[in-house]
Design a protein around this ligand. Structure first.
Ligand code: ADP
Ligand code: MG
Length: 626
């Protein structure tokens, strides 16, 4: 049995959900927590940490811990240079893969994690693997065995371009998941609220997360969603709220240059207070004593004061909302439904501002940080059960075209076309006896090829020599339901044809993905072995410590003389030295065997020690008391 899940791969947090008896539910860990922070950390010994544990390591091992990787998915270094400056980890550009256009920043970015480097899809794959693992644990606990979570629907922001979607799909593959469909986050949220059941309507999806704000205007008609417009701010979210509160506290404390640990402790305290203020009118910000802040800090914060502080941030979300409405040719009264997404929309002031702008009460019945994953699960269920045929239409965020004579772009699929989409155009040869033409695929709104983004180049060869202008070359663009582009060029007189799936020059090539898959399997094994070795060493350490402690007992000589067989202490000593000798070697099995031998050798001594301890504890107490 194979299982399908829906995944919200977020900038700050990720979640996995599935449909059980027709109802979508978020899969939680034992403590009831559904969120997996999108953070990955690599320990010196090669162990990977993902989620909460990795998040804790942001403080202790910042150079080995990465977050916000979604910002880098499918992007070139040029795209993310400013972004990278704001983040504490190193981001490099790999060389452009062969056959792609390096001039446009070709090659995939690589992020340093300790002494290794990873591409954004590889890092996202760690998060996805964690979610897959979490889901498998969950199904096992439900008493289901013999299955694998092998397929998923993954969500992306509506504005994600071809390269970003492809990178997300690659991440899924690297994590061992067949990605059934990439769907838009606002569409998923609308699905979770069942808005696909409407005959027709216009939906505004307001998504304020940890570090990003997105507004999407969707149209739904007969179960078909279409994105009419998107807008937002890629640097606006809950993190900014946290920063404002932190600044206020650091000002009040009046000691600049606090150590990192103190700053992180303050961050934790303000997040706690912020979350409380979503439910209550007043709260205490409590910063416990920490290095650099020996007396801690305490301050009462009312919701009114909090709202005054963050009002400018909330206001900053309104202009993009108006712009999206204008792009869609709509005004607020045209909006039938408003859906709230993202943890930061739990803030009452945010809800009020949105309600005021659109003049209607937003949907808030589902957890705003879970609603996207729930919708993804619904879509996954629809796809595998065949219960309902549902198209999820989407629009291309940028125009797609070809470079023609003189470096001019000829647009073939226009911006905001609904997908799946296709377009074709006829070309001919420019010089006599030309036997090949270069096809250069571009994305962007500008007129000159040099101002647009180069997606791919290929060459149609084998055109029979003929006078210029006689060849009839048809170029066909096709964008599939996932927003992935393929381009075919054909000479109609001879029917020679060339097709490529456009892997943008800053995406991963098929070969690279294959290689990463192999490496990730190899490393998975190496990582696992590394972990086993660490565990074996830890176990050995504790047995050594316990043995050394026993050997220091003041009554040792007396025990040996009265209660142990002849030569027992010498045998223990030999076993102890044998284990100490194998410890520095990387041989796990030898360490385990020697640990076992030492355990056996000390068994009787341990029993005697135990008996004496019990007798000692009982001495002076009557039996009833025990
Ligand atoms: P993303 O989509 O960016 O991955 P989420 O939708 O999970 O992020 O939102 C995370 C943000 O929501 C964080 O800044 C977090 O502090 C904030 N948040 C979560 N719960 C609350 C709450 N009850 N009140 C205010 N903010 C909250
Ligand atoms: Mg989100």
């Amino acid at each position: 049995m194979a299982k399908v899940v829906g995944i919200d791969l977020g900038t700050t947090n990720s979640l996995v959900a599935h449909v059980s008896d027709g109802v979508p539910v978020v899969i939680r860990d034992a403590s009831g927590d559904g969120l997996v922070p999108s953070v990955v950390s690599l320990a010196e010994d090669g162990t990977f940490f993902v989620g909460r544990e990795a998040q804790r390591r942001l403080l202790t091992a910042p150079s080995r811990t990465v977050y916000s990787v979604k910002r880098f998915m499918g992007r070139s270094l040029d795209d993310v240079r400013d972004e990278a400056r704001m983040l504490p980890f190193a981001v490099h550009q790999a060389a452009a893969p062969e056959g792609t256009d390096g001039a446009h920043g070709g090659g995939v970015v690589r992020i340093a994690l300790g002494d290794r480097e990873f591409t954004p899809p590889e890092i996202s794959a760690f998060v996805l693997r964690e979610l897959k693992h979490r889901a498998e644990e969950y199904f096992r606990e439900q008493g289901e065995f013999d299955f694998e979570v092998d397929r998923a629907v993954i969500t992306v922001p509506a504005y994600f371009n071809d390269a970003q979607r492809t990178a997300t799909r690659d991440a899924g593959r690297l994590a061992g998941l067949e990605v059934l469909r990439i769907i838009n986050e606002p569409t998923a949220a609308s699905l979770a609220y069942g808005l696909d059941a409407k005959n027709r309507g216009t939906i505004a999806v307001y998504d304020l997360g940890g570090g990003t704000f997105d507004i999407s205007i969707l149209k739904v008609e007969d179960g078909v969603f279409q994105v009419l417009a998107t807008n937002g701010d890629t640097h606006l979210g809950g993190d900014d709220v946290d920063l404002l509160l932190m600044e206020q506290i650091i000002d009040a404390i009046g000691s600049p240059g606090l150590p990192g640990e103190a700053v992180q402790t303050i961050r934790k305290a303000v997040i706690q207070a912020k979350i409380e203020l979503s439910e209550q009118d007043t709260t205490d910000i409590v910063v416990p004593p920490v290095l650099g802040l020996p007396n801690g800090f305490r301050k009462v914060l009312t919701r009114a004061a909090f709202e005054a502080l963050i009002q400018p941030l909330v206001d900053r979300t309104l202009a993009p909302c108006r712009a999206a409405l204008a792009d869609a040719g709509l005004t607020p009264v045209d909006i039938d439904e408003v859906v709230m997404v993202g943890g930061s929309t739990r803030i009452p002031l945010v809800r009020r501002a949105v309600e005021e702008l659109f003049g209607r009460t937003p949907h808030t019945g589902l957890n705003p940080d879970e609603v996207v994953a729930l919708g993804a699960a619904v879509q996954a269920d629809i796809l595998v059960s065949g219960r309902r045929e549902m198209l999820l239409l989407d629009v291309t965020p940028l125009s797609l075209g070809l470079e023609t004579m003189g470096g001019v772009v000829s647009k073939i699929i226009l911006r905001n076309s609904t997908i799946p989409a296709s377009g074709r155009e006829m070309f001919t040869t420019a010089v006599d006896n030309q036997t090949a033409v270069d096809v250069h695929v571009l994305q962007g709104e500008r007129e000159l090829a040099s101002d647009c983004r180069s997606l791919a180049r290929f060459r149609l060869r084998g055109i029979p020599p003929m006078p210029a202008g006689l060849a009839r070359i048809e170029v066909h663009f096709q964008i599939d339901a996932n927003g992935i582009l393929s381009v075919a060029a054909r000479e109609l007189r001879t029917s020679i044809e060339q097709t490529i799936e456009v892997k943008p020059s800053y995406g991963l090539s098929e070969g690279e993905v294959e290689q990463m898959l192999i490496e990730s399997f190899e490393h998975a094994e190496a990582d696992f072995e590394a972990r086993l070795l660490i565990e074996a060493r830890n176990e050995a350490e504790s047995v050594i410590t316990a043995t050394e402690k026993s050997l220091r007992r003041p009554d040792l000589a007396e025990i040996a003389a009265t209660e142990l067989p002849e030569g027992e202490l010498a045998r223990i000593d030999t076993a102890l030295h044998a284990l100490q000798a194998v410890m520095p070697l990387g041989d796990r099995e030898a360490i385990q065997a020697s640990t076992q031998a030492l355990n056996d050798a000390t068994q009787r001594l341990a029993e005697v020690a135990m008996n004496r301890a019990v007798r000692g504890a009982l001495a002076g107490k009557n039996v009833d008391a025990v």
